[in-house]
Design a protein around this ligand. Sequence first.
Ligand SMILES: NC(=O)c1ccc[n+]([C@@H]2O[C@H](COP(=O)([O-])OP(=O)(O)OC[C@H]3O[C@@H](n4cnc5c(N)ncnc54)[C@H](OP(=O)(O)O)[C@@H]3O)[C@@H](O)[C@H]2O)c1
Length: 302
Amino acid sequence: MRLPITGDTEPIGARRLSVLMDEDHSISILSHEGTTAAEGLGRDHGSAAALTEATLHTWLSQGLVVAAVITMAVLFVVSAPYGRHTRSGWGPRIPQRLAWMVMESPAVVGFGAIYCLGSHRAALVPLLLLGLWQVHYIHRTFIYPFRSPSRGTPWPVTVVVLGFAFQTLNSYLNARWISHLGTYDASWMLDARFSLGVALFGFGFVLNLWSDGVLCRLREPNDGGYRIPRGGAFEWVSCPNYLGEILEWIGWSIATWSLAGTAFALYTIANLGPRARSHHRWYLDQFDDYPKQRKALVPYVW
Ligand SMILES: NC(=O)c1ccc[n+]([C@@H]2O[C@H](COP(=O)([O-])OP(=O)(O)OC[C@H]3O[C@@H](n4cnc5c(N)ncnc54)[C@H](OP(=O)(O)O)[C@@H]3O)[C@@H](O)[C@H]2O)c1
């Protein structure tokens, strides 16, 4: 039996509390809803923790924007040492297909796991967004490495570790946002931002897939050389696969209307913009007959 000490419930803060003494003379504080204050404080602590995660999530997303600016500045000076820009001096290497799968795996496995922990995991819009993400990354992680006609030059472990770290952070930020911290009710599907974002994502995905397909077919089996890609979007830019990838993630940022999505889109631009310029210059250096009107990444502009 619990005896009231204060006789009546006392308003403490926004909640009315009773102070009670148990038979063993221990003191409990009972809130108006019948939970102990310790439990209530635990709940408050829980909401404080949720707030802390939301704040941390914002800081990390902002950090990714800063990282994008730094990455872009560095990559305009030093091109990432894989593919045609492979060079020595970057430490130990691992096979190229394994490198792709390890580097991108957090975007499938980590993203999926974090998504499933979210409180909105069964809601329609988050599920659609999950579908978009996974279509891209299941292809990129498990199918693309086997379509790729790469010369098979092993990749520096450094590139793989940096890519893995980026994808771990990026997957947390985006999965946690769509399945827990952000709120999307079904009416978001009628919002123009959702339709535009999904359409742009779809267009970018098809452009990326098609362009990588053209590059895949340029080489004969056991042919390690490079040829001038022609036709379709290659008549306008040297790297339509990168343009497609960038459009996809701009589409994602619009469809999710989130800081996390925007940070990822900016990071993709920061990563692929300088690489497109390096590829474009490399083509001009290597091929005298390389089409002069072709731009690096943005048709008619750059
Ligand atoms: N979201 C991001 O930040 C991000 C970052 C990196 C890559 N990606 C995506 O990953 C995919 C591959 O990227 P990547 O940097 O490896 O693309 P890439 O340099 O265009 O190469 C794509 C593939 O085609 C081959 N290839 C390229 N140009 C060729 C030519 N002229 N003749 C013959 N073969 C050629 C390459 O072989 P080699 O490997 O032997 O050069 C490679 O296997 C792209 O779809 C890209 O958008 C995304």
